[in-house]
Design a protein around this ligand. Structure first.
Ligand code: B1M
Length: 216
């Protein structure tokens, strides 16, 4: 297989033997770490999602694919460009209650961290109380919530309602992302219940541009 196809296949098959060598070759051929992730590895993850969704792939194999994806991202991260404009602002990042998916959230962490933001990544399955405690403790400028399950979109709504009730909506602009969300849901449904800023980010790069806008 050609290198590009092989890297994508590694994610689909959950095959990590020789992964680093292929990543090195891709970088030596001039691909940036981010293009390797976005154009090749995430394509593989998409196929995994389709196979799993249609019952052609079992959960343990999805987990293996996710592990290979994480290994690849960890390997590529030190090779990524870092902007030197530090101190642009601080964001608390979490995957919402009941949801374990963290690959997207961790990509958002990397992109924001490499572009001048201070990210407090508190992990997966985080209830709103923990998110708000962290935002308070770390004096965050914004809150980012990720979630991939349809159920998580409902949790996000509950979280925003809780923030509105506590009267902290003005304090923390909220960034939302994850595969089950849509722009319409965030901008039509969620905005109507939240008195502060709430933004939908399709991907990590939109997350970055939104943070730049929120912090401007
Ligand atoms: Co799960 N899973 N999974 N899974 N899984 C999905 C989400 C699913 C769509 C698969 C499918 O059926 N086709 C489906 C959800 C269906 C639904 O809700 N309607 C599903 C299911 C059902 C489940 C379980 C319930 C399965 C089970 O147990 N029977 C279970 C859930 C457990 C739980 O959470 N309580 C489960 C478990 C798992 C694994 C553990 C095996 C593994 C996760 C490993 C991990 O994350 N550490 C896993 C995986 C890998 C997937 C798929 C295949 C891939 C997800 C992924 O990492 N994508 C996924 C299929 C899919 O998404 N279509 C699926 C790559 C990642 C980079 O994309 O996170 O979307 P994503 O992030 C993007 C953007 O969304 C955005 O930026 C990123 C790109 O730049 N973004 C943000 C994300 N968060 C953001 C936050 C921001 C800004 C942008 O600001 C704050």
């Amino acid at each position: 297989l050609p290198l590009e196809e092989r890297l994508k296949r590694r994610i689909i098959d959950g095959e990590r033997n020789g992964l680093e060598a292929d990543l090195d070759t891709a970088m030596a051929e001039g691909r940036t770490p981010l293009s390797i992730i976005n154009d090749l590895l995430l394509d593989g993850m998409k196929v995994v999602g389709e196979l799993f969704g249609s019952g052609q792939m079992q959960l343990p194999f999805v987990l293996q694919s996710a592990e290979v994806m994480k290994t690849a991202v960890a390997y590529l991260e030190p090779h990524m460009e870092r902007a030197d404009d530090d101190g642009k602002g601080r964001i608390v990042l979490a995957t919402v209650k009941g949801d374990v998916h963290d690959i997207g959230k961790n990509l958002v962490d990397i992109i924001l961290s490499n572009n001048g933001y201070d990210v407090v990544n508190i992990g997966i399955k985080q209830p709103i109380t923990a998110i708000l405690d962290a935002a308070e403790e770390h004096r965050a400028d914004a809150i980012g919530m990720s979630g991939l399950l349809v159920k998580s979109t409902v949790i996000m709504k509950e979280n925003l309602a809780e923030m509105a009730t506590r009267g902290v909506a003005e304090r923390w602009p909220v960034l939302l992302g994850g595969a089950a969300l849509t722009r319409a849901y965030v901008e039509d449904d969620l905005r109507s219940i939240y008195p502060g800023q709430v933004h939908y980010a399709r991907d990590a790069f939109e997350g970055l541009s939104l943070m730049d806008r929120v912090m401007a």
